[in-house]
Write a new protein. Structure first.
Ligand code: XMP
Length: 513
């Protein structure tokens, strides 16, 4: 059994960050709902438990509370923020409303350097606080081991029971040495080794896929994106030719997309690849359509239709593989004020119809995106695929405003190729979330040589983001912007003007649609 840290989720927006930090220590972590029964937790035989933060007050009627028996499992326990207040609430301490909300950077002073959480760390540390309530009386058996200006109990411990509490958030980047605190917890206190690596995961996943699939056949819809590509490479490693990948060309792909996929998967990995060129069908159906929602709908239903008939041609398969990731399957805690519960991606909803009676193979279901990238590299996929920026399912259609025609696709594809090339050669491509060109349906006057032109405008968009939910526009250097504009206007026929989008999300969206 893999050594595991269980994280009970009380609705903090940072719960997933805790899970990722633990995994960065090469220790496997799982997120469970706050009220998961202790007995159920025990069946996982975890090495320790972390109680996450959360927006509630332990005294409110609707406060999410854990199964009391969690405190009697005899396991090492770390309460973070609201988690620390739970220690107070359940183990004989006292929590009160703070006079003022403590929010932002603070200086922590470690008063007991023997506390194993702070081993090999300096006496003062910068930490990030975000809490209203405050522990005012220590729970029984506990003592304070660190203080801040506003709190005598910024870190507490009962070393004999291996229980610890932190009032601040060690998981966020604003607590620069927080990862070392978490590493101390999982390695020194819980006794975990460093066994969670993508190399060991491959062995485990290959075994599981073989057991699940047996001699049956598996179909996978390859989009060229990171997730489906890594899933394909992993499943292929496990079952070879029992896997067939279907790649649909919807006519809305980037310049080299179809070529790269056929080259990498067909020729290099020798994966059975069924290439479906449906570009004409998609473009025919999009003819004359300008409403963004209708475009999306047409693309969605056409894709299902094409994919369905492609699966029939691929021969009888019992399984359908998908590149579902861990954040898609974590059950979010329905607590008011928990942004994670309210923001659910509005994209990729629906998926394939239920009547396609496949059993699912989802070998990335317990991985975070960073891990999927690492796994892809470990499996030998090229950087071009593993480190690529997200590309929306409806493709260039969400970047062509107004009607999608073959001519407009061509213009945008040419402009996009230049953006990708220049972003890569300047090193910016891999530093940011997304960068791309958008084709606007407005034409304006220009001069080229002695001639008057009347052509389209390209907007350049470059954004920084963690997950696509919020985003900032990237301050690209002027000389790079200049190069982009001059190349696009000179090399792309049909374009005589370039603008740079300086809108953040919110209030804007990333794609223009
Ligand atoms: P917006 O435009 O909503 O986009 O700010 C947020 C992120 O989602 C991507 N996106 C999509 N991804 N299917 C996808 O797989 C889609 O239909 C889709 N629409 C937008 C977008 O590129 C950005 O990263």
């Amino acid at each position: 059994m893999v050594e595991t840290i269980v994280i009970l989720d009380f609705g903090s927006q940072y719960t997933q960050v805790i899970a990722r930090r633990v995994r960065e220590c090469n220790v496997y972590s799982v997120i469970l709902r706050y009220d998961t029964p202790a007995k159920e937790i025990a069946t996982l035989r975890p090495s320790g438990i972390i109680l996450s933060g959360g927006p509630s007050s332990v005294y409110s009627k609707k406060a999410p509370l854990p199964d009391r028996a969690v405190f009697n499992l005899g396991l090492p326990l770390l309460g973070v923020c609201y988690g620390l207040q739970l220690l107070g609430h359940f183990l004989g301490g006292k929590v009160e409303k703070g006079e003022k909300r403590e929010y932002g950077k603070g200086a922590l002073r470690v008063t007991d350097s023997f506390c194993p959480l702070f081993a090999n760390l300096p006496e003062t540390l910068q930490v990030w606080n975000s809490h209203g309530d405050k522990l005012t009386k220590l729970p029984k058996g506990f003592k304070s081991v660190a203080v801040t200006e506003n709190s005598q109990f910024a870190a507490i411990e009962d070393r004999s029971r291996k229980m610890f509490g932190l009032q601040f958030h060690p998981e966020v980047a604003h607590t620069p040495r927080g990862k070392e605190i978490l590493a101390n917890f999982v390695h020194n206190i819980c006794g975990c080794g460093k066994n969670w690596t993508m190399r060991s995961y491959i062995e485990q996943a290959v075994e599981e896929i073989r057991t699940q699939v047996g001699n049956e056949r598996v179909i996978l819809g390859l989009s060229g994106g990171v997730d489906s590509s890594v899933a394909a490479a992993l499943i292929h490693k496990a079952i070879g030719d029992q896997l067939t990948c279907i790649f649909v060309n919807n006519g809305l792909l980037r310049g080299r997309e179809a070529g790269v996929v056929r080259e990498v998967f067909g020729r290099h990995f020798k994966i059975k690849l069924q290439y479906e060129d449906a570009s004409k069908l998609f473009l025919r159906r999009l003819k004359g359509v300008t409403d963004p929602e209708r475009k999306r709908k047409i693309i969605g239903t056409t894709f299902i239709e094409v994919f369905q008939s492609a699966t029939k041609r691929a021969g009888a398969a019992k399984f359908l593989a998908q590149g579902t990731l861990y954040p898609d399957v974590i059950e979010s805690v329905p607590i008011a004020g928990n942004p994670a519960a309210m923001i659910k991606s509005h994209h990729n909803v629906g998926g394939l119809p239920k009547k396609m009676k496949f059993k699912l193979v989802e070998p990335l279901k317990c991985l975070f995106k960073d891990e999927v990238r690492e796994l892809g590299l470990e499996l030998g996929l090229p950087r071009e695929i593993v480190l690529r920026q997200p590309f929306p399912g409806p493709g260039l259609a969400v970047r062509i405003l107004g009607e999608v025609t073959p001519q407009r696709c061509e213009i945008l594809r040419n402009a996009d190729t230049i953006v990708v090339e220049e972003m890569k050669s300047s090193g910016w491509y891999y530093k940011i979330w997304q960068s791309f060109a958008v084709l606007l349906p407005v034409r304006s006057v220009g001069v080229m040589g002695d001639e008057r032109t009347y052509d389209y405008t390209i907007a350049i968009r470059a954004v920084e983001s963690q997950d696509g939910m919020t985003a900032d526009w990237v301050k690209l250097p002027y000389d790079l912007l200049e190069k982009l504009a001059s190349r696009i206007i000179n090399e792309v026929k049909g374009v005589n003007r370039c603008v740079f989008d300086i809108t953040s999300k919110p209030p804007g969206t990333i794609e223009w649609e």
